[in-house]
Design a protein around this ligand. Structure first.
Ligand code: ATP
Length: 548
C-alpha cells in the first residue's frame, strides 16, 4: 500500500496511464487466449476474419504492453529521483547532532540499500500490472465460459492466497531482520574502507575482523536471506501444486458432481495452464514487494525521525550577515550521553562574548570539549540550555541557520569540495589566485572555472585548500580547529604570525583551537577548557584594545 501511495504522490496521472495500458494489455492477451481456445475447439476450422482479428488483437497487446512499460519506467525513475532528493534534503536540514547520533553507516544504508530495494520493486511494476490484469481478465472470461466451475476456482484461489500469506508474514519478519543486519554490514564496510591501512599493517587484526565481525554478520544475513528465499520458493511451489490439484479436480471430480460441458472443461484447463506463467510472475514479484515495503518503512522511519529532529525552518536567507557587533553565549550548555557509563559529558554552562577584530585561542587537554564548544558557538549544535545572542538579541531557533552564516570554519575533520560552490556568479579564479600564492599552493593547484585541479594532496596541503575556501567565503568570524597541527614548522609560523594577524587587521574575529603553546602569545584572549568548563577571560576585550 505504501508503495502505491508513493507512486500516487509522485504522479497520479502516470499511475492511471500505467494501469490503463496494463489493463488494455491484459485484456487483449485474454482476448487472444479466448480466440485461441475458440480456434482450437472449433469444428469447422478458422476463417480469415478470425485471423485478422487475432492479428489486430495481438498488435494491440504488443503496443499496450510497450506503452505500459514505458509509462512505468518514467514513473519508476521519477519516484526514485524524488525519493533520493527528498532524503538528501531531509539529511541536510536535520540537526548535526541528530545525524551524528544515527551514524553515517546507517544513513548510507538507507540512501543506497533501501532506495535500491524500492527501485527493484518498482522495476517489476509493469510486469505486475499486466499480469494482474491477465489473471483478472481470464477469470472474467472463465466466468462466462461456465458459472458452475467458477466457485471451485474461487475456492482454490482463496485457499492459495491464505496458505501463501501465512509463510509470507514470517518472511516479512526475516526481511526486517536482514535489513538490520545490512546496517551492521555497512558499518563493517566503513571499517574496511577507512581502516584499510590498519588492517594491512596487522594481519591478525584483519583476520580477527574478518572472522569475528564480518563473517558473523554476513553469515547471519546469509541465513536470514536463505530462509526468506526458501519460504517464498516453498510458497510458490505450493501455489503450483494447487494448480494441478485444481486441474485434477476439474477433470476428474467436477464433471461427476455438476453438469458442466466438455467445452467448458477444456477451456478452463487451457486457461488455467496458460495462467500458470502470469501467476508465477506475480508470485515472483512478492519477495521484491516485501523487500520494497521493508525498505520504504526504513526510509519513512528515517524521514519521520529527521523531521521530528528538524530545526525550525530558517527564515529566508535574504543576504548573508556581513558583519556583527557582538556574539554572546549566555549560560550555554551541550551534553553527550556516555552510553556505556550511563553518564553525560557536559560542556558549560559557558558565558562568552566575541567582538569583531580579536584573536581568541581555545585551548585545553584532549577531550576537554573544545570542538564541542566550537560547534555550539558556530550554531552547529543548538544550545541545550542558555542562549546565543547576536548583536545583543537572542538567536531564535528559526534564526540559527542564518546565524551560522557568520562563520567560516575549518574543523579538524573538514571536508574538501572539489568545486568552489556558492561563491557568487563571478568565477572565483582571480580572487583565489593571491590566496593560492599566500598558501604556497600555486605550484600544486589551479582553478578550472570553479573546479580545483586536484584535491589529491598531503593532509597539510588539503587543510590549506580548506583555508582557501574559508578565505573566499569571507565571513566575519573564522574558526580553525587544530588547523596548524598538520603544517610544517615553517608554515605554522606563517599561519600564526602572518595569516591570523592579517585576518584580525581586516576586522575578522578568529577563534583558534590549538595545542601550539609556543604561539599562545598571538592570542588577544586565551580561553582554557577543562572537563567542559571554561576558565579564563570569557569577556571580550574592548574592540579598541582588540584592534591594537
Ligand atoms: N559525537 C559525539 N558523541 C558522543 N560524545 C562525544 C561526541 N563528540 C565528542 N564527544 C565526547 O565529548 C568530549 C569532548 O570532545 P571534544 O571533541 O569536544 O574534545 P576536544 O577538546 O576537542 O578534544 P581534542 O583536543 O582531542 O580534539 C569527549 O570526551 C567525547 O567523549
Amino acid at each position: 500500500m505504501k508503495l502505491v501511495r508513493l507512486l500516487l504522490s509522485a504522479s497520479s496521472r502516470g499511475v492511471a496511464l500505467a494501469v490503463l495500458f496494463g489493463l488494455l494489455s491484459g485484456a487483449s492477451l485474454t482476448a487472444l487466449l479466448s480466440l485461441i481456445i475458440r480456434a482450437v475447439g472449433g469444428q469447422g476450422g478458422t476463417t480469415p476474419r478470425e485471423g485478422w482479428t487475432f492479428a489486430a488483437v495481438g498488435l494491440l497487446a504488443l503496443l499496450t504492453r510497450v506503452a505500459s512499460q514505458m509509462v512505468s519506467h518514467r514513473l519508476q525513475y521519477g519516484v526514485i529521483t524524488q525519493l533520493r532528493m527528498r532524503l538528501c534534503r531531509q539529511l541536510m536540514l536535520a540537526p548535526l547532532r541528530a545525524l551524528e547520533e544515527r551514524g553515517s553507516h546507517r544513513l548510507l544504508a538507507v540512501l543506497t540499500e533501501d532506495v535500491a530495494a524500492v527501485n527493484m520493486t518498482l522495476v517489476m511494476l509493469p510486469t505486475l500490472i499486466i499480469n494482474v490484469f491477465i489473471v483478472v481478465g481470464s477469470l472474467v472470461y472463465l466466468s462466462f465460459l461456465s458459472g458452475w466451475v467458477m466457485p471451485w476456482l474461487v475456492g482454490f484461489i482463496v485457499l492459495g492466497y491464505l496458505t501463501y500469506q501465512m509463510p509470507t508474514m514470517r518472511a516479512l519478519a526475516l526481511a526486517m531482520k536482514s535489513r538490520h543486519l545490512h546496517d551492521s554490514l555497512y558499518e563493517h564496510f566503513r571499517a574496511i574502507t577507512e581502516g584499510i591501512k590498519e588492517f594491512k599493517l596487522h594481519d591478525r587484526r584483519r583476520d580477527a575482523f574478518l572472522e569475528e565481525e564480518l563473517l558473523q554478520t554476513a553469515s547471519s544475513l546469509k541465513v536470514a536471506q536463505t530462509r526468506t528465499s526458501d519460504i517464498f520458493a516453498a510458497a510458490a511451489s505450493w501455489g503450483l501444486f494447487l494448480f494441478f490439484v485444481f486441474i485434477g479436480t476439474l477433470l476428474f471430480v467436477v464433471p461427476h458432481v455438476t453438469s458442466v460441458s466438455h467445452e467448458a472443461v477444456v477451456g478452463y484447463t487451457l486457461v488455467i495452464l496458460y495462467l500458470q506463467q502470469p501467476l508465477q510472475n506475480i508470485m515472483d514479484c512478492t519477495p521484491n514487494l516485501n523487500r520494497g515495503t521493508v525498505a520504504l518503512n526504513q526510509i519513512e522511519a528515517l524521514g519521520v525521525s529527521l523531521m521530528q529532529a528538524h530545526e525550525p525552518a530558517s527564515t529566508p536567507l535574504l543576504a548573508e550577515p556581513r558583519s556583527f557587533t557582538s556574539v554572546e553565549l549566555v549560560g550555554v550548555t551541550h551534553s553527550y550521553l556516555r552510553e556505556r557509563e550511563d553518564s553525560h559529558f557536559t560542556v558549560g554552562p559557558v558565558d562568552l562574548t566575541l567582538v569583531p577584530g580579536e584573536i581568541v585561542f581555545l585551548v585545553g587537554g584532549n577531550g576537554s570539549g573544545k570542538t564541542t564548544l566550537a560547534k555550539v558557538m558556530t550554531g552547529l549544535y543548538a544550545p541545550e540550555s542558555g542562549e546565543l545572542r547576536l548583536n545583543g538579541e537572542k538567536v531564535a531557533p528559526e534564526a540559527l541557520g542564518r546565524y551560522r552564516q557568520l562563520f567560516g570554519a575549518v574543523f579538524s575533520d573538514f571536508y574538501l569540495f572539489e568545486r568552489l560552490m556558492g561563491l557568487g556568479d563571478e568565477p572565483p579564479g582571480p580572487r583565489a589566485k593571491p590566496y593560492l600564492d599566500k598558501l604556497q599552493l600555486s605550484h600544486k593547484v589551479t582553478l578550472e572555472g570553479d573546479r580545483l585541479s586536484t584535491t589529491r594532496l598531503s593532509q597539510g596541503q588539503r587543510k590549506r585548500l580548506a583555508l582557501l575556501t574559508a578565505y573566499l567565503e569571507d565571513r566575519p568570524i573564522y574558526l580553525f580547529d587544530e588547523w596548524a597541527a598538520d603544517q610544517d614548522p615553517e608554515f605554522k609560523e606563517v599561519f600564526y604570525r602572518q595569516l591570523l594577524p592579517e585576518l584580525k587587521q581586516r576586522g575578522k574575529t578568529v577563534i583558534v583551537i590549538s595545542h601550539d603553546d609556543a604561539y599562545f602569545s598571538v592570542a588577544d584572549r586565551l580561553l582554557r577548557l577543562q572537563d567542559g568548563q571554561l576558565l579564563g577571560a570569557s569577556q571580550a576585550l574592548s574592540p579598541r584594545k582588540a584592534a591594537s
